[in-house]
Every structure is written in structure tokens, then in C-alpha cells.
Design a protein. Structure first.
Length: 175
């Protein structure tokens, strides 16, 4: 008579393993989503800082002290030179890492240099102030906070994720 040996797992053992994996996944997924939103917010802050830096370079070397009021103007390279901003921010507005990034003229900005007189012959004149913004594509999904900056270089934020208006009256300074 042969003795039969049991090899493998029973159905109950497999169901218990699947249940444990499901519980671990339910605990881990919200943390991963928060980490993703945090990464998107860090990218948005970096994009606003990049606009500040490129606009400072544009103003000092290309536009007689005036600032570009669009990302397209910053992406346009002067004759024999390179673009003032990276290609991933070359459209206005542009979506990057779950945020819509845009630039416009600042509150009460005046014309400093006409478009045709800038070194890259931009489509828009160089103004005395600009307003750069980064707002989440989906508030609570791709990001929670919105960010903005102007010619002073200070970055502001709103916890609601709404667009920050020029003048930054409703926003807080990012530390």
C-alpha cells in the first residue's frame, strides 16, 4: 500500500495570503499617493524657481531690465545663443508633473522694452513685472497647493490649490 504525501498549498492557505497582501496594499497605497503629490509639488516649486532664474537672466542680458511675460518668450533663443529656460517649460501654459505652469504680466506692469527690441525678438514686450504660476491639474490628486512668484523672486503658495492672482494678496510666503 502506498502512502500519499500532500504537496502544495490548500485553498484556505492561499486565501489567507491573498487577504494579507490586500491589507498591506490598503495601508501602503495612500502613503504612495501622498509621496507622489509631494514630489509633484517639489517639481512645481522647481519650475517656478526656474522661471525666476531665467527671467532674471533675460532681464539683465536681453531686455534692458524688462521681464518676459510668457514662457514662449523665455524659450526663444537669441541669435547665436541658447534658450533662457529648459525645453520642458517652453510652451505657455505647459503641464509638468501634474501641474499647469504659466507666466503672464504682473499686476500694474509697464512696458520696459518693446518686443522687437529684445535680443530674441520675442512676441511680447518686456514688462516691469511678471507673474509665474503653478497650479495642480487635479486638486487633491496631482497636488494640493498652488504656487506663484513675481520679479521679487519670492515664492507664494495657497493650500486650496486655486490659481494665485497677481499681487499675491491671498497667498502665504513659502519658507
Amino acid at each position: 500500500m502506498k502512502i500519499r504525501t500532500a504537496k502544495g498549498f490548500t485553498l484556505i492557505e492561499l486565501l489567507i495570503v491573498v487577504a494579507i497582501i490586500g491589507i498591506i496594499a490598503a495601508i501602503a497605497v495612500p502613503g504612495l499617493l501622498r509621496a507622489r503629490m509631494s514630489g509633484n509639488e517639489a517639481s512645481a516649486i522647481g519650475s517656478v524657481r526656474a522661471i525666476n532664474s531665467s527671467n532674471a537672466t533675460y532681464a539683465s542680458s536681453c531686455a534692458g531690465g524688462g521681464y518676459a511675460t510668457s514662457l514662449v518668450a523665455l524659450a526663444l533663443a537669441p541669435s547665436g545663443g541658447t534658450s533662457f529656460i529648459s525645453p520642458d517649460l517652453g510652451a505657455d501654459p505647459t503641464v509638468k508633473s501634474g501641474y499647469t505652469v504659466a507666466a503672464a504680466g504682473g499686476l500694474g506692469a509697464t512696458t520696459i522694452t518693446l518686443a522687437a527690441a529684445t535680443c530674441n525678438v520675442a512676441a511680447t514686450p518686456a514688462l516691469s513685472d511678471y507673474h509665474a504660476t503653478a497650479t495642480p491639474v487635479t486638486v487633491g490628486g496631482t497636488g494640493q497647493r498652488s504656487f506663484a512668484s513675481g520679479s521679487r523672486g519670492t515664492i507664494y503658495f495657497l493650500n486650496t490649490g486655486l490659481l494665485i492672482a497677481p499681487g499675491m494678496a491671498t497667498a502665504s510666503v513659502l519658507q
